[in-house]
Design a binder for this molecule. Sequence first.
Ligand SMILES: [Zn+2]
Length: 314
Amino acid sequence: MIQTVLGDVPAGDLGFCQSHEHLWIGRGHSAEIYSALRIDDPEKSTAELRRYREAGGGAVLDAQPPGCGRDARMLRKISAASGVKIIASTGFHRLLYYPEDHWIYRYAEEELEALFVQELCEGMYIDCDTETPEKTGAFRAGQIKTALEAEFSPLHERLFTAAAKAAGKTGRPLMVHVEKDSDPVGLADFLEKQGLSPDRLIFCHLDRAVAAPETHRELARRGIYLEYDTIARYKYHDDEKELDIICAMPEAGFEKQILCSLDVTRERLASYGGKPGLDYILKTFIPMLLERGLERKTVDLFFYENPARVFDRA
Ligand SMILES: [Zn+2]
């Protein structure tokens, strides 16, 4: 079973899924740092999901963790209104998204682990951006999002240890935001030492954060999922380059470990006046993948079978 904000869904019923999106980020510290991180109009977010559904979309993974703008109640509302399933995230983000006095800096490892387990098994916290997490709703997260930065501080060690323990206890996958100049292979070693199976790990953004193809293959060889989401992000590179990166993986035999998404901000959601819109993959990018010679069944792995397998409970 896959855990969505509206309840459990059999893995086979997930449908077409983009595995790293942002459909709601409330006002607060994140949006103050970077205004494109404010996605807070329920009607616009619902409209975006409806366009996605009309194009063939069935589900999205919302990658915003608690304490920095996530609002589980709004995710539930826009999912119900649009008919698109949403898998929500517990876990933690890059530290710049938390103000100085945030609870994340003072929580002990056991408290962090208990928080992640609570969100996966009982219910997600609400109102935990500025206050210490206390109130919960009756809707659960379906995965643990984490963020690997160039610096691996004692706090990062505490956060990753807590996340790994929570993933081990709950059987839910652990997703890693990979920042440029970080050490993803070192983190894979660290998480495997914590007892996590590599096939419960999803490493994101390698297509913009890690240039060396050997590193992508090294992680994939271990059984880790690679999530490519620099599609139509032209400040990094064009779609031709993105197609090169994605198409190299089935050629190397790793087609069962690839996930794809847009990792949208406000500026890229059509209902908020942005480009290219959440339906870009379905309408434009999949035809490009097929044009490159990928078989339909390979493309379907990226958007149906692979998300269904990794977001299911171990
Ligand atoms: Zn993201």
